[in-house]
Structure formats: structure tokens, C-alpha cells
Design a binder for this molecule. Structure first.
Ligand code: NG1
Ligand code: ZN
Length: 536
């Protein structure tokens, strides 16, 4: 006989005096504080599935690029999207209920949301390689059992793999079927699409992939078995930072977040000049490329670069396929996108740019307003989404020339290669490799498309981050009153200056971003704005 919610909740007591909030990355903090939260997320997953008549909900236990002692948990909606916003609130309410009230709050939500307790509840879950993962899985399973949900444990997966599986399960046997419901199905889909996308093209030299000593390492190693090999006209991938046996090495001086924030290669890197390198983060949903130029030193090719590369390639293919007038292509960025990239997209590529608040759910949503919506955060999290009209056009247009036929076939291959559910570092890497091969570009040529404005991101400790309120996709502060005017006054003094401040959604701090014509000016502007914010 399963525990009741009340007795199960007592086994996963909430730390007193601790309040939790479902933010842009779900719940994320020191792993030892998460037991009660993960248990209650199990309850929410069951409720959400029942609300959606038994469609399967995903639960991912990961803290992405955070240090090894952290962990986190987030929910995945049936189509592989992030959890719907209103449910973030319900999840927060349940996470904060006192232990003795969890059962009552659960049934209250059931009643208020008109959920039939007899509907089936189905949940799948997975975790990254953190040592705290298995214990948190136990808490999750206790929640799922107490809520009488059916569940499947997919063990270790990258975050995007779990999103893929969630969508596959919910579309199985329908015309929208997204793929075979298994980890192998994911590799087979990517492998086959990549082979089609690079057909007749040559990938030059190896790519060195830093896996952040996280779950991306073993998963990439597995994916390699499904990719065409270098000797057969395929790809030569060198996997580095693939140590998942020493937990303390996870994200330590390596990985996408390290490379992007420190603006340098991992110290362990043995890459030579001009070697093509990239880094994943701890759950393989972010990707950053880079190389060392013998003349100019370290060169970063971040999420903005991947977005511009993808948008320019897909824009060209659509024109070659004779679909340019039919399809609306656009790019979605956040305020953290380098100003030079935005200018390049609008003026160089002639494509519209939309700016949304931080957090991929906002970007994903905005990207869906285009037929081809390219979205990336500067930190390397992003993907491309295709509308049903775009998919239809790629599949039904009859080519008028061999060139058109080739462009259409590449576009179709891309729709299978690119993970439509969420940013996926493994899929994005194969996309970048495909595009560089088609363009016969080295990373240096990619880097030359535009010149990034020097920029600086600083983390500012403040007494209360919630007093900083923003508008205009987080680019302007409305509170505290008067602060924005003072920031504007400072910005005006710098050539090509731009700066904004916003409260982090994932840690207790304010973030200040600044860019300007020179490195010294960007640093100066960032520290002046940070000092100003601290005074309030
Ligand atoms: P916050 O802490 O809200 O700035 C960070 C990243 C986001 C996003 C989330 C979720 C920056 C400046 N911010 O958010 O882009 O990735 O974490 O992981 O990189
Ligand atoms: Zn991540």
C-alpha cells in the first residue's frame, strides 16, 4: 500500500525558514536543500499530467552549469516545451507549503484546476551525473507514488534528450510523430539527419569538444557511433573533459559557461592555433565555439554567432529553394546579445530581430511567431523552430532545378537535425559543423562576419534584488525610481555605449551588462553602472 501524500511528505520534510521559487531554470540550489522540493515536483508532475488527460510530463534533475554540490529540478510539458507559466506558480505554492499542509494544498489545486483525480498520470524523468541525483530521484519517485502516477526512469540523459523523449511519447502514432521513443531513437534521428545534411560536403579537420565533465561526455561518445566517420566523408570529433567519475570536476574550469564568462579556453585545453573547439555545459543544452588566432589570441564564437550563422545559412537555402517570399525568417535575442550581432542580422542579413526577457521559454515562444525562428541566448542556449507551414513547404514544393532540389533536401535534413523542443548542444554542434562544411569556412572566416563590441558582465551583490524592476525586455529599470536616468547619463559618455541592470532569475544578485567601443571603456562603464546600482 503506497504512502498517503501526508505520510510521504513527512519523509521529505521542508527545511524550515526556506522559501522556494520556480524560476527560469526551475528550482536550483545546494542539493541538500532540494529533497522536499523534488518530492513535491513529483506531485505537481502527476497533477499536470492528469490536467492534460494523461499526456506524459517530463522531469529533469540537473543544475546545468552550476557547481557539483548544486542540483535542480524542472518540468517539461508534453510537446517538450518548458512548463507553462501559470504552473510555475502552482509548483511554487506546493514547494512552500508546510509538510502537514502538502496534502491539503495538493487537493485544493486539484479542485481549483478542475482536475479529475481518476485521470491517468504519466511521468518520465532523468538526471545528470551529479552525485546527489540518485537520492533526489528517490524523493521524486515517492512523490509520484503518493500521487498514483505511472512513471519511467530514463536514468542519465542530457536535458534536451529528455525534452525529445517527452515529445516523442506524446506524439507517437500521430501525424506529428517526432521520433522513436528511446535514447537510441534520438541518436539514430540525429545521425541520419546529419548524414543527409552534409552529403557531398567536406568537413575540414577535427572538432575538439569539451564536455564539461558532465553527462554530455558519455552521450556524445554514444552519438559518435551513429555519425558518418571522418574517413567516410563524415566528422572527426575529439571528446575532451569527459570525466564523469570524479564528480568534483563537473563544470570545473571547463564547459560552456566557463568559456563564455571568462572569455578564455579551459586551462586544460591542448588545442593548437586555429583548431576548431567547442564546449558544452553540464547538461548539454548550451554550446560555445572558440579558437585561438595566432595573431589575435582567443576568439569566442558564442550563441549570437551560432544564431547569425544559422540564420544566414537557412536564409540562403530558402532563397535557393525559391521559398524566400513564402517564409518569414527571424531571429530572437535577449538584451545580452552583442549589439554588433543585432546590427549584422538587421543590416547584413536583412532579417528582423525580436528582443525578449532572459530565459529560453520567452525566446522559444517569440521564435514560434516566425516560419523559421532562430533563437539563441548569448551564452549558447538556443535552437531553430520551424512552423507547420515551413515544414509543409519543404516537403511539398516541387523543385525547378537540381540546385533547388539540393536546397530543399538540406532544409528537410535540418528540420530533423535541429532539436525543435529546446536548445540542444549536441544537435547545435552538428548544425554548426554542417554549415561550416557547406560554406567551406574555418572558424576564422566565421569570426570575420562581424566584430563583437567589447563587453563586460558583472555580478553585483545587493541587499534586495527584488527591488530592481525592469521593462522593455529587461533593458530599462522602472524601479528604483531615478536609477535608469542616471544609467542613461553614464552611457551617453561612452562611444557605442550600452548598459543595463536586471535581477538574476537564478541567483541572489543583480547583473550589470555593458558594452562600448573599447575593452577599457566597456569595463569602465560596467563598473560605474554597478557602483551606481549598489548605492540604491
Ligand atoms: P539569470 O541568472 O536570470 O541571469 C542565467 C542566464 C540566462 C539563462 C538562465 C537559466 C545570463 C546572463 N543569464 O539567468 O541566460 O540561461 O541562467 O540557466 O547568461
Ligand atoms: Zn544547461
Amino acid at each position: 500500500m503506497a504512502d498517503t501524500i501526508l505520510s510521504a511528505a513527512a519523509k521529505h520534510p521542508k527545511p524550515e525558514d526556506k522559501s522556494f521559487k520556480y524560476g527560469t531554470a526551475g528550482f536550483r540550489m545546494k542539493a541538500n536543500l532540494l529533497d522536499s522540493v523534488v518530492f513535491r515536483v513529483g506531485l505537481v508532475a502527476a497533477l499536470r499530467s492528469r490536467k492534460l488527460s494523461g499526456q506524459t510530463i517530463g522531469v529533469m534533475i540537473t543544475a546545468s552549469h552550476n557547481p557539483p554540490e548544486d542540483n535542480g529540478v524542472k518540468l517539461v510539458d508534453p510537446m517538450g516545451d518548458m512548463l507553462e507559466a501559470s504552473w510555475e506558480g502552482y509548483t511554487t505554492i506546493l514547494a512552500n507549503a508546510p509538510d502537514a499542509e502538502v496534502e491539503g494544498v495538493y487537493h485544493k489545486l486539484e479542485t481549483e484546476l478542475n482536475i479529475n483525480p481518476e485521470s491517468p498520470a504519466r511521468v518520465i524523468y532523468a538526471r545528470d551525473t551529479r552525485p546527489s541525483g540518485p537520492t533526489l530521484v528517490t524523493a521524486l519517485v515517492d512523490g509520484l507514488k503518493a500521487a498514483r502516477a505511472e512513471y519511467t526512469d530514463y536514468k542519465l540523459l542530457t536535458t534536451p534528450q529528455l525534452h525529445y523523449l517527452t515529445r516523442c511519447i506524446n506524439t507517437e502514432g500521430t501525424p506529428q510523430s517526432y521520433g522513436v521513443v528511446s535514447e537510441k531513437g534520438y541518436y539514430e534521428k540525429l545521425g541520419a539527419a546529419f548524414a543527409r545534411a552534409i552529403k557531398g560536403k567536406k568537413i575540414s579537420g577535427p572538432v575538439i569538444v569539451d564536455c564539461a565533465n558532465g553527462v554530455g561526455g558519455p552521450k556524445l561518445t554514444e552519438l559518435l557511433k551513429y555519425l558518418p566517420k571522418a574517413l567516410e566523408g563524415g566528422i572527426d570529433i575529439k571528446v575532451v573533459n569527459n570525466d564523469v567519475l570524479r564528480p568534483e570536476s563537473l563544470n570545473h574550469e571547463c564547459g560552456a559557461d566557463f568559456v563564455k564568462t571568462k572569455q578564455r579556453a579551459p586551462p586544460s585545453s591542448k588545442a593548437g592555433p586555429n583548431d576548431r573547439c567547442c564546449s558544452l555545459d553540464g547538461d548539454a543544452d548550451r554550446l560555445i565555439y572558440y579558437f585561438t588566432d595566432p595573431e589575435h589570441g582567443f576568439r569566442l564564437l558564442d550563441g549570437d554567432r551560432i544564431a547569425t550563422l544559422a540564420a544566414s545559412f537557412i536564409g540562403d537555402l530558402s532563397r535557393e529553394a525559391g521559398l524566400a517570399d513564402e517564409l518569414k525568417i527571424g531571429v530572437v535575442q535577449t538584451a545580452y546579445a552583442n549589439g554588433a550581432s543585432t546590427k549584422y542580422i538587421v543590416n547584413g542579413l536583412g532579417l528582423p530581430v525580436v528582443c525578449t526577457p532572459t530565459g529560453v521559454k520567452h525566446l522559444h515562444h517569440a521564435a514560434k511567431n516566425f516560419d523559421v525562428g532562430v533563437y539563441f541566448e548569448a551564452n549558447g542556449h538556443g535552437t531553430v523552430v520551424f512552423s507547420p507551414q515551413a515544414l509543409k513547404a519543404f516537403n511539398t514544393k516541387s523543385p525547378e532545378s537540381p540546385a533547388q532540389a539540393g536546397a530543399l533536401e538540406t532544409l528537410r535534413a535540418l528540420t530533423d537535425l535541429i532539436n525543435q523542443t529546446v536548445g540542444d548542444a549536441l544537435s547545435d554542434m552538428l548544425l554548426v559543423e554542417t554549415i561550416l562544411a557547406h560554406k567551406s569556412w574555418t572558424p576564422r572566416e566565421w569570426d570575420l562576419t562581424y566584430t563583437d563590441l567589447p563587453n563586460r558582465l558583472v555580478r553585483v551583490e545587493v541587499t534586495d534584488r527584488y527591488m530592481y524592476k525592469t521593462t522593455d525586455a529587461e533593458r530599462k529599470l522602472v524601479e528604483p525610481a531615478g536609477l535608469q536616468e542616471q544609467i542613461d547619463g553614464l552611457v551617453k559618455k561612452f562611444k557605442d555605449g550600452r548598459s543595463f541592470a536586471r535581477a538574476s532569475g537564478t541567483e541572489d544578485a543583480l547583473r550589470v551588462y555593458a558594452e562600448a567601443a573599447t575593452r577599457a571603456e566597456a569595463d569602465d562603464l560596467a563598473s560605474k553602472v554597478a557602483a551606481l546600482c549598489k548605492q540604491y
